[in-house]
Design a protein around this ligand. Structure first.
Ligand SMILES: C[S@@+](CC[C@H](N)C(=O)[O-])C[C@H]1O[C@@H](n2cnc3c(N)ncnc32)[C@H](O)[C@@H]1O
Length: 266
């Protein structure tokens, strides 16, 4: 008799009705239990300024997500693109979305999440296209005319981005917390992300940990505090061009970088 695979995530509903997963491997939820979709809209949509950027038809968009996970953020993007098109808005002719994922979820879990019911413009075929064959390596999937999805099934550390997707203009840093998933919050990670990014890049994350912000600062990112989603006090917005952070209160970047360099977070 086969025993249940206890490394596979389990599904739960969050308070806004949208689904999330719980990872036994990391002992964490993939999203805020108070509202997965509400948090994603706040952190990865509004603060990433995508509503504005997506309607600037001539601006190329290349989004990089650290952790595909359930695909919620990707389906949010695809849903918004389709909604904008339906409303007759002009959107960029080429939108690239790239994500890394070391532990892809099985297709049946992806179906059970029910994204076709959460999002008006997502159907089960979309879910199948993403999750049906995520064997290790790089997969490229085209959606509609505008969106190309590139999925690296493997560790972030082993990912080498193909030139065609560079530079990134948006980064969604959606790893598990720095305590649970420290590999994805190091200075090396943020240096790589900087190297792969365009001058106008905006990086957002739900995380407000000093340790995460310090790793960003020591790697050359400008870092600011923003109001968190769903009663969380803060989240983080980072950029290479500091003028993009003029609406936010900045952290003390020199001090944070020094604290990292002094080994306070090792
Ligand atoms: C918080 S979840 C991401 C949630 C996701 N953005 C969503 O919308 O569902 C973090 C993800 O990072 C993945 N992960 C953890 N360590 C990784 C690594 N070293 N390389 C690539 N992916 C990793 C986990 O398997 C998990 O799916």
């Amino acid at each position: 008799m086969s025993s249940p695979d206890d490394t596979q995530p389990t599904i739960s509903r969050t308070d806004d009705g949208s689904p999330t997963l719980h990872s036994a491997r990391f002992d964490q939820h993939y999203h805020n239990p108070k509202g997965a979709l509400s948090e994603s809209r706040h952190v990865f949509w509004e603060h990433a300024r995508l509503p504005k950027r997506l309607t600037q038809a001539d601006t190329p968009i290349s989004i990089f997500e650290v952790g595909l996970g359930s695909g919620l953020n990707l389906f949010m993007l695809l849903n918004e693109i389709r909604a904008l098109k339906k409303a007759g808005s002009k959107i960029p002719s080429s939108i690239q979305y790239t994500a890394v994922e070391a532990f892809p979820i099985p297709l049946n879990t992806a179906f059970q999440l029910g994204f076709d019911e959460v999002f008006e413009h997502i159907n089960t075929k979309d879910v199948e296209q993403i999750f049906s064959d995520l064997h290790p390596g790089l997969h490229t999937i085209s959606f509609d005319k505008e969106l190309q999805v590139h999925l690296w099934a493997g560790l972030f550390d082993e990912f080498v981005p193909p030139e065609i997707i560079l530079p990134f203009t948006t980064i969604w840093q959606d790893a598990f917390s720095p305590d649970a998933n420290p590999d994805l919050w190091t200075d090396d990670v943020f240096r790589k992300l900087k190297r792969w990014s365009a001058p106008e890049v905006i990086m957002t994350t739900y995380c407000a940990a000093v340790r995460a912000r310090a790793a960003m600062c020591v790697s050359g990112w400008h870092v600011a505090r923003a109001e968190g989603a769903l009663f969380k006090r803060e989240m983080t917005v980072a950029a290479l061009d500091e003028s993009l952070l003029s609406d936010y209160k900045r952290v003390n970047e020199k001090r944070y970088a020094q604290r990292w360099a002094d080994g306070e977070f090792q």
